[in-house]
Design a protein around this ligand. Structure first.
Ligand code: TPP
Ligand code: MG
Length: 367
């Protein structure tokens, strides 16, 4: 396990998760809620409020999932606290015809896309493999734990969409750590050569389990796009409007036949890697404290209230709705029964070979 040494910490400042280090970072709302760019991104006041409502709801759900795991109702859970703007802003920018290829930390994006969170959470409850939601109906591919493999799935889907003449794009989520995998390179290169309509959306949350960014990657991730021959953009991943804007532009570009875009959303994982991880063993309280004031929800709430788009009554309704909806989700998750043990022998062979039949009889005790 790697720790953050003083040298690594100073490198971290140089590589930076802060704006001064990256003058090209796209940011429309500063951490204190003031507008620093053109915040007219083409959304109506109702849609602007919807972004906040979704971030409040998904954070409340994320908290509940942590509690459900601690109570033994989920086996393991990877929280996304801190990454709400990156996921909500990007998923909100897609059209119904587009297809999302997630990693394993995108419950917020799933909810925005209309995936039933109870069906999604069956994966983490261990009651079904891969999530029983219908990927075709929701246009949200199954949760993908093998790091970076979803990138090549997305590129393949996008190449197919292009061959079929569909005006649709794929968007794939992956982390900073995933960009060290061959699948990232292979997917990006293939997408470029074939002009595949795909958005490569990297949530750079600073860590790949206990490996900090500066030990993982020596240069800014978004700059790699230039080497493949397509645009790369770095965005403040905790600024929901900026994320929406760059993702919408990348998706429009892809659907218009102009090929891929790499988006690097600078964000931070406020929780542990998963419920099986103790992040206090490898990162400091100071680092967490430095990210707290950059919270994506507090910043956007402040902006909307100051702009007169949201009022106290709206904020209270968001909290109330989140409580209610999450209570229903909890009850349905807890009420999901384990499948019968016999199911582990199903779904592999159309006609089970004798050896499997024998194992089935031994395991289930039926002759
Ligand atoms: C191919 C592969 N190697 C290793 C792992 C173990 N693993 C799971 S998540 C993870 C780190 C991923 O980091 P990053 O891509 O930054 O995503 P994040 O967890 O920060 O969202 C690793 C190494 C895995 N699941 N798949
Ligand atoms: Mg990461």
């Amino acid at each position: 396990m790697l720790s953050t040494t003083p040298a690594a910490a100073s490198l971290r400042r140089d590589m930076g998760h802060s704006r001064s280090d990256h003058p090209n970072l796209v940011r429309l709302i500063a951490p204190d809620g003031t507008a620093v760019g053109d915040t007219d991104v083409g959304l109506s006041p109702q849609e602007l409020r919807e972004l906040l409502r979704l971030m409040i709801l998904t954070r409340r759900l994320d908290d509940e999932c942590m509690a459900l795991q601690r109570q033994g109702e989920l086996t393991v859970y990877p929280p996304f606290r801190g990454q709400e703007a990156a996921q909500v802003g990007s998923a909100f920018a897609l059209g119904p015809q587009d297809f999302v290829f997630p990693s394993f930390r995108e419950l917020a994006a799933a909810l925005v896309r209309g995936v039933d969170p109870v069906e999604y959470l069956q994966y983490h409850r261990g009651t079904w493999h891969g999530g029983p939601y219908d990927p075709l109906a929701t246009r949200f591919a199954p949760i993908c734990v093998p790091v970076a493999t979803q990138i090549v799935h997305a590129v393949g889907w996008a190449m197919g969409a292009k061959l079929d003449g569909k005006a649709a794009c794929a968007l794939t989520y992956f982390g900073d750590g995933a960009t060290s995998e061959g699948d990232f390179h292979e997917g990006a290169n293939l997408a470029a050569v074939f002009g595949a309509p795909v958005v490569l959306f990297c949530q750079n949350n600073g860590w790949a389990i206990s490996v900090p960014l500066e030990v993982q990657t020596a240069g800014p991730i978004f700059r790699r796009a230039a080497g493949y021959g397509f645009p790369g953009v770095q965005v403040d991943g905790n600024d929901v409007l900026a994320v929406f804007k760059v993702t919408k532009a990348a998706a429009d570009r892809a659907r218009n036949g102009l090929g891929p875009t790499l988006i690097e959303a600078m964000t931070y994982r406020m929780g542990p890697h998963t419920t099986a991880d103790d992040s206090s063993r490898y990162r400091t309280e100071e680092e967490l404290a430095a990210w707290a004031p950059r919270d994506p929800i507090a910043r956007y709430r402040r902006y909307l209230v100051d702009a007169g788009v949201a009022d106290q009554a709206f904020l209270e309704s968001c909290d109330g709705e989140a409580e209610e909806r999450v209570a229903t989700i909890r009850a349905r998750v807890v009420g999901t029964a384990a499948p019968p043990p016999s199911e582990m022998f199903d779904h592999v062979f159309a006609a089970a070979p004798p050896s499997l039949e024998r194992q089935r009889r031994e395991a289930l005790g039926d002759a």
